[in-house]
Design a protein around this ligand. Structure first.
Ligand SMILES: [Zn+2]
Length: 756
């Protein structure tokens, strides 16, 4: 299918990758057994945003890009797909220079320290990268320079000479962050050249009054300097056509892109005068009559090329140096970028424009960007120390617990919240009580009463047959959710199989039939073991470490690895995802020793974590790393979209969905702050027929005094929920503006009045 590469770009664009069906017959060398099970694509290339190497990883990073990407890759590998999953540290850019300068070390020393820390934390969390690179590598320098050279020689770029501040003592041009001065808006004397942090005004260094260099304190001089630009307006039509061919993308992603397109794309500088970055290739600069001295490629341009460099390094590492082209340049490749919402414009407009301009690359099939993760109801802030750090988590807990808890609360279409109390509930009530308990009681029965072997199934009852038949649906149901980037749904459906197992076990009461009907008891354990067998495959994407333990207990061998295959991997027939639809365990097969899969977490352990979070924040124990930057592959962040869009309307609900919720009017009788929570108020609300304790995350917006006496609308039939050790028996409805401010919903109806 390489012939397509020489077809016009427009032709390729029209072949929307989703609908693309290979027009050529399969080549004879491709045996049916190694053909991709997805007929639309031959292989999958997955990228996760390059973490910026100026600080450690936190939960916001994981929820934005990394966990969803890993869930997707592990699922696709289990399905037998040819997957390459790449990532790497983004080590260039001014923010790294600033941080290194603050520590009194060189940028290289800084990234040499941070890169292995990030890599270790990823490994501990179970990230299944095929290759994790870094943008200071030789391969990356060559790849970025080649890309730049190709576009420059095709005449894609424009150049412009402009005046920029130069530090005459340090002898270099000053990046915005290296200029301080007085803000023309508010008079703050320590405003930076890109922004006044006091009043929030975006600035250019030339607007500052009394500018000074932060390097030498010298007064900067204006000097002329030439730079290359990418005229994005030239790509506006092609980008619009391409984006319009993807109505299936997530609404939060499309909303942001359309806002940028409506505003009109403008040219963007791709080079700058700073001493840390990938140097502009000297040959091209010479050809264009511009001195390349001290000029580097802007990080927003070189960082996404890091995905290509990482794929090249992966290919070279396995002795097939050209194999990277199959994933980047063959239309049979499905390219997926996992990112956080701060990176949408780079991955949906700028990088695609670069790929279009180059002409030899595929465009992403999807960019399933996530929104942000808050911590205990507040915006994550690394500078304020309001964050949960991955390396600290891994020092105390198993990775699978966090993978599961985060996967159930991913910010897929709107911001989501991580809190320790809910983490505890997920672990104790779901992993331990449902999944762990089901496996444990099944294994214990099999060991105690059936000689540690799979008992036979004979004369199965309708209940037995129904349970076995129910397993068959799960691989497709869970799989189609993963394949369409609905990770929360996939994990929910996975746990539904464990719930089904538990219910079946309870309904068939093997502890009774053991004495009264041994055949029925054997059937229960046989069927329960088959459900455990299916779970041992289907939980693997989200709980890879526990899945391996479960397979060990069941002595289930030959399941395809969800992590990258090693060279020594067996070539025999493997159990794939779809095989979990049918029973995987043979009657009479020996089982391993039962172990507890998940241990419950005590209240005091959670209490310690909550206290630690508050202490770090109170002491301002931030990292000094860039704030609110889950996975900043392409720092610096762009200016925000012209206007914050309204959040997309939720998926359609039926009338009966709506009628399931019971809304009532009530009056707030008492309100008080919840100790140790900056967000929650505890309220007692009179619903006419009873009084309820309800916790609401409104403390930043309304004082307790302000809430007492207010008439509010309440969701009266929500399941009670534990927060900060208190039970919340419902929810108070609030209207939320786009800036996050909250307004109670009210009415003159009596307490207890039904709202519909
Ligand atoms: Zn200001």
């Amino acid at each position: 299918m390489r012939w397509l590469r020489r077809e016009s770009l427009l032709c390729r664009l029209l072949l929307d990758s989703r609908n693309f069906v290979p027009a050529m017959p399969e080549t004879p060398s491709e045996s049916p057994s190694n053909r991709s099970p997805d007929p639309t694509f031959d292989r999958i290339l997955v990228t996760a945003a390059l973490p910026y190497a100026n600080g450690p990883l936190h939960l916001g990073h994981l929820a934005g890009a990394y966990l969803p990407a890993d869930l997707f890759c592990r699922y696709e590998r289990l399905r037998g797909e040819d997957v390459v999953f790449v990532c790497g540290s983004d080590e260039m850019g001014v923010a790294i220079m600033v941080r290194a300068r603050a520590e009194g070390i060189s940028p290289q020393e800084l990234v040499d320290r941070i890169h292995p820390q990030i890599e270790d934390a990823f490994r501990g969390f179970g990230m299944s990268f095929d290759h994790y690179g870094r943008t200071t590598s030789d391969t990356h320098r060559e790849t970025s320079q080649d890309f730049f050279r190709t576009l420059a020689r095709k005449g894609v770029f424009t150049t412009k000479t402009e005046k920029q501040l130069f530090d005459p003592e340090a002898g270099i041009f000053l990046a915005d962050r290296f200029v301080v001065g007085t803000c023309p808006k508010c008079g703050n004397e320590k405003a930076y050249g890109d922004q006044c942090e006091k009043c929030g005004t975006a600035l250019s260094p030339l607007e500052l009054l009394d500018p000074r260099s932060t390097l030498s304190d010298a007064t900067p001089e204006l000097r002329e300097t030439a730079h290359w630009y990418l005229p994005l307006a030239d790509f506006q039509d092609r980008l619009t056509t391409w984006i319009n061919s993807h109505p299936e993308w997530k609404p939060n992603v499309l909303g942001q892109i359309r806002s940028w397109l409506n505003d009109g794309l403008r040219e963007r500088a791709i080079t700058r005068d700073v001493p840390w970055g990938v140097p502009v290739p000297a040959d091209v600069a010479r050809e264009m009559g511009i001195g390349a001295d001290g000029k580097v490629i802007y990080v927003w341009f070189d960082a996404p090329i890091g995905y290509i460099s990482a794929t090249r390094e992966w290919a070279a590492g396995r002795g097939t140096p050209d194999a990277w082209r199959d994933y980047w340049q063959d239309p049979g490749s499905r390219l997926v970028h996992f990112i956080g919402k701060d990176n949408i414009v780079f991955h949906c407009l700028m990088f695609p424009a670069m790929l279009m301009a180059h002409g030899e690359y595929v465009l992403p099939e999807n960019v399933p960007a996530n929104e942000f993760l808050n911590i205990e109801g507040e915006k994550l802030s690394t500078s304020r120390g309001w964050a949960v750090w991955l390396h600290e988590y891994l020092a105390e807990f198993e990775p699978d617990l966090l993978r599961y808890a985060l996967a159930t609360t991913l910010p897929e279409t709107k911001d989501a919240d991580f809190n320790w109390a809910e983490f505890q509930t997920r672990v104790n009530s779901e992993l331990a009580d449902v999944l762990g308990n089901f496996v444990n009681r099944t294994m214990t029965f099999a060991t105690r009463y059936f000689d540690g072997r799979v008992p036979p199934l004979s004369n199965p009852s309708d209940t037995d047959r129904a349970a076995l038949a129910a397993i068959a649906d799960f691989p497709d149901r869970i799989g189609s959710a993963y394949n369409t980037y609905k990770m929360r749904e996939a994990v929910f459906q996975t746990m539904a199989l464990a719930r089904l197992g538990n219910k079946y076990f309870n309904d068939t009461e093997p502890w009774h039939t053991r004495r009264t009907n041994e055949e029925a008891c054997a059937n229960t354990i046989h069927v329960s073991l088959q459900i455990c067998g299916a779970l041992a495959v289907l939980i693997d994407p989200v709980l890879p470490f526990s899945a391996a333990k479960l397979r060990d207990m069941l002595q289930l061998r030959g399941v395809a690895p969800s992590a990258p295959r090693t060279a020594a991997a067996s070539t025999g027939k493997q159990i794939l995802w779809g095989d979990a639809a049918a029973p995987l365990l043979k009657t009479g097969a020996p089982l391993g020793t039962p172990h507890i899969l998940f241990t419950k977490i005590d209240d005091d352990v959670i209490q310690t974590q909550t206290e630690k979070l508050h202490q770090n924040a109170d002491s301002g124990a931030g990292t000094g790393a860039a704030d609110a930057a889950p996975a900043s592959a392409t720092a610096p962040a762009p200016a925000p979209a012209p206007e914050t869009p309204h959040p997309p309307v939720a998926d359609e609900a039926t009338f009966s969905d709506f009628m399931k919720l019971d809304f009532r009017m009530g009056t707030v009788l008492e309100a008080e702050p919840v100790p140790k929570s900056k967000k929650l108020l505890r309220m007692v609300i009179d619903l006419g027929f009873e009084k309820r304790q309800i916790l609401a995350g409104v403390a930043g917006h309304h004082s307790p005094e302000d809430m007492v006496g207010r008439r509010v609308a309440v969701v009266a039939n929500l399941a009670p929920r534990q927060m900060m050790g208190l039970e919340s028996q419902g929810m108070v409805l609030m209207a939320e503006d786009r800036d996050g401010s909250l307004h109670p919903i009210t009415s003159t109806g009596e307490n207890g009045a039904v709202i519909r």
